[in-house]
Design a protein around this ligand. Structure first.
Ligand code: CMP
Length: 140
C-alpha cells in the first residue's frame, strides 16, 4: 500500500485592509504578492457594512476584540482578492508574516506595512477550507 499523500490546495484569499488601502500601500502590496509567484484570479474594491463584517468574522464573535475588528474593517474601502499558486495558503501566510506586526519577520508585508495587531494591513486565509469559504463569501 502507498501512504496517502495530503495535497495542499492552490487557492487562497486576501484582504488589503482599510489602514493599508488608506495609506496608499495597495500598489506595493500587490507587487510583492505577484513577485512571490501568486496569480490574481479575482479582485474587487468594496466597503464592508457591519452585517457583512460580522458574518465574515463570525469565528471571532466571542473574542474581546470582535466589535473593534468589525468597526475597523468597515472604516474604509478594502480590496478583496482571490489568489492562486501551489501551496497557496502556507506560502501566503509566510509572505504576510505574523498577525502582530511586532512579531512579523523582516521583509514580510505586515512588518513593512502594518501598524498594530488590529490595523495589520492584510488578511490571509488560515486553511484550504477557510480559503474556499472566504472566496465564496466575496466572489459567488
Ligand atoms: P486576521 O487574521 O486577518 O483576521 C482576524 C483579525 O483579528 C486579525 O487579522 C487581527 O487584525 C485581529 N486580531 C487578532 N487577534 C487580535 C487581538 N489579540 N487583539 C486585537 N485584534 C486582533
Amino acid at each position: 500500500m502507498f501512504a496517502k499523500k495530503t495535497m495542499s490546495g492552490n487557492k487562497t484569499f486576501t484582504i488589503i485592509k482599510p489602514d493599508a488601502f488608506e495609506a496608499g500601500y495597495t500598489g506595493p502590496i500587490i507587487q510583492k504578492i505577484e513577485e512571490a509567484g501568486f496569480n490574481l484570479k479575482n479582485m474587487r474594491l468594496i466597503r464592508l457594512d457591519q452585517e457583512s463584517a460580522g458574518k465574515f468574522y463570525a469565528i471571532h464573535k466571542e473574542k474581546p476584540f470582535f466589535g473593534r475588528l468589525c468597526d475597523y474593517m468597515c472604516s474604509g474601502p478594502i480590496i478583496v482578492i482571490q489568489l492562486e499558486k501551489e501551496n497557496a495558503v502556507e506560502d501566503f501566510r509566510k509572505l504576510i508574516g505574523a498577525t502582530n506586526p511586532e512579531d512579523a519577520e523582516e521583509g514580510t508585508i505586515r512588518k513593512l506595512y502594518a501598524t498594530s495587531i488590529e490595523a495589520n494591513a492584510i488578511h490571509g486565509s488560515d486553511s484550504d477550507e477557510n480559503a474556499e469559504i472566504e472566496i465564496n463569501f466575496f466572489f459567488s
